[in-house]
Ligand binder design. Structure first.
Ligand code: GAL
Length: 417
C-alpha cells in the first residue's frame, strides 16, 4: 500500500508543480454515505487523502438517494459557502453546471487521460460543455435482488428467473413465516423497485418511457402492467415498512427476518459489513426479466467553484485519488459498486462484484445500459420527482388499478417538463 500512496503523492506533486498550484488545503465533503457499508467505503477515500496529508471535513447529510443532501447543498450555495466537493448524481450535476456553480477538472483529466478510461455513459454527466466538472467514483445499478440464502433454501432453493417464479418464491417465503420483501417506504426506495419493473417490460420500453419520456409509453399498457406488479409486491411487505431506511431493510434480510430486498448494489455493502459472503449467506440476482440490461447510477464528486489555490489544489488531489485504479478497486470492493473506469481488474471483487462489472460491460456493448430514473440518471429532477409522487401513491394504494396509475404518471411527467 505504501508504494501505491507514494506513487500517487508524486503524481499529485507533479501536477501541482505544473499547474503552479499551492499546497492542498483540507477538503470539505458533503455526502449521504452514512450507513455502515457506505461509511466503510468512504473511509477508504478519507484514508487515501490522509496519506497525502489532506484533511477531511465531513458534512454528512443522512438520507438514501441524496434528496436531503441536495436540499442542504442548496442552502450552503445560497449562503455563498459551497463545500469543496459534493457527492452528486446524474442530472443534478448538469443542473449545477448550468448554473455556473462548478469548477473545472480539465487539467487533472488531461494529465491522467480520463477521456480514454471513463465510459461515455458516465462522461455524459461528468462533463458540461466539454469541460470536466466532476470525478466519477463508481457505477451502481438498481436492477438487483438480494436474497437470504437460508430463506431461499427453505423455500426450495431456486433463484427466480421469471416474474412467475418470483411470485412463487415470495409465496413460499410467506408460508414459511418470514416477511418476503424487506422494503423501506420512502419515495426513492419505491422508485428503485419501479426501475426494475419498468425495465422488465423491455429495454425499448424503458428507454421510451423513462429516457425519451414518450407519453404513450408512460401512460400505456406496459406501464399499467408495471404498476399492477408494484401493487402486487406491496402485498409482500411487512406492516412497518413506511419510512424505514434502506439499510434497515437490508438488515432484515441479513438477520433472516425477511427473504429478499430489491435494491441497488450499495445493499451489498451492508451484507459485507455484517460479515456475510455472496453465495454462502446471500445471493445476488438481476431482477427477473432484466437479465442482460442494466439501470445504472454513478456517484460523482462535483467540484464547486471555490476560491483560493489551496482549495483548488485540494480538489485536484481528491480527483486524482478518486480516479486512480488502485483506489477504484479498493473503494468499490467495499461499496458494492463497479469501478468508474473500464480498465480496473476485477481480481479483488467478490462474485457479485465480478458479475456487476461483467453485466455493465455487456449492457454497454449491447446498448441495454440505461440511466436509473430513481437515481437521477434518466431525467432531470423535476421529472424524477413527478415519477416519485405517482409511484409512491401507487404503493400506498391510491389508484384503482395499474391503468389509473399509468395515466396519472403520463399526466405528472407532462406537467413536470
Ligand atoms: C444512491 C447512491 C448510492 C447509495 C444509495 C443509498 O443514490 O448512488 O451510493 O448511497 O443512494 O444511500
Amino acid at each position: 500500500m505504501r508504494g501505491f500512496f507514494g506513487r500517487k503523492m508524486t503524481m499529485v506533486a507533479a501536477l501541482l508543480a505544473t499547474t503552479g498550484m499551492a499546497s492542498a488545503e483540507d477538503v470539505e465533503v458533503l455526502h449521504w454515505w452514512t450507513s455502515g457499508g457506505e461509511a466503510a467505503a468512504l473511509n477508504v477515500l478519507k484514508d487515501d487523502l490522509a496519506a497525502q496529508g489532506i484533511g477531511w471535513v465531513d458534512m454528512p447529510v443522512a438520507g438514501g438517494g441524496g434528496e436531503a443532501a441536495m436540499t442542504a447543498l442548496r442552502a450552503r450555495v445560497t449562503a455563498g459557502d459551497a463545500p469543496t466537493a459534493v457527492q452528486m448524481l446524474g442530472f443534478d450535476i448538469q443542473d449545477w453546471a448550468a448554473e455556473g456553480a462548478l469548477g473545472n477538472l480539465n487539467d487533472v483529466a488531461a494529465a491522467e487521460g480520463w477521456d480514454a478510461v471513463i465510459p461515455a455513459a458516465l462522461q455524459r454527466f461528468s462533463k458540461y460543455d466539454g469541460n470536466w466538472i466532476a470525478a466519477p467514483v463508481n457505477v451502481h445499478s438498481t436492477n438487483w435482488i438480494w436474497i437470504s440464502k437460508s430463506a431461499l433454501d427453505a423455500a426450495g432453493g431456486k433463484a427466480p428467473e421469471t416474474w412467475d417464479e418470483l411470485v412463487t418464491l415470495l409465496d413460499a417465503m410467506k408460508a414459511n413465516g418470514i416477511t418476503p420483501i424487506a422494503h423501506g417506504g420512502q419515495a426513492w426506495q419505491d422508485a428503485t423497485i419501479f426501475d426494475s419493473l419498468v425495465l422488465a417490460e423491455g429495454t425499448d420500453f424503458y428507454k421510451a418511457a423513462f429516457v425519451d419520456l414518450d407519453p404513450a409509453a408512460l401512460g400505456g399498457e406496459k406501464m399499467a402492467d408495471a404498476f399492477t406488479k408494484l401493487m402486487k409486491m406491496r402485498t409482500y411487505f411487512d406492516d412497518n415498512f413506511s419510512g424505514r431506511d434502506w439499510n434497515l431493510a437490508s438488515a432484515m434480510v441479513i438477520n433472516g427476518e425477511a427473504g429478499m430486498q430489491f435494491m441497488g448494489d450499495w445493499a451489498k455493502g451492508e451484507f459485507l459489513k455484517a460479515g456475510q459472503v455472496p453465495g454462502t449467506d446471500f445471493v445476488c440476482i438481476r431482477f427477473p426479466g432484466t437479465q442482460g440490461a442494466v439501470t445504472f447510477n454513478s456517484d460523482q464528486f462535483a467540484m464547486f467553484n471555490v476560491q483560493g489555490d489551496g482549495k483548488k489544489a485540494a480538489q485536484a488531489a481528491m480527483a486524482t485519488a478518486i480516479e486512480s485504479p488502485g483506489f477504484q478497486s479498493a473503494f468499490n470492493v467495499v461499496k458494492g459498486s463497479a469501478p468508474a473506469r473500464t480498465d480496473v481488474p476485477d481480481t479483488d471483487f467478490d462474485d457479485c462484484g465480478k458479475k456487476a462489472i461483467k453485466d455493465l460491460a455487456e449492457a454497454s456493448a449491447a446498448d441495454t445500459l440505461f440511466g436509473s430514473m430513481a437515481h437521477g440518471h434518466a431525467a432531470p429532477a423535476a421529472v424524477k420527482n413527478a415519477t416519485y409522487d405517482v409511484i409512491t401513491a401507487a404503493v400506498n394504494g391510491e389508484y384503482a388499478d395499474g391503468a389509473a396509475a399509468a395515466a396519472a404518471l403520463a399526466d405528472a411527467v407532462a406537467a413536470a417538463q
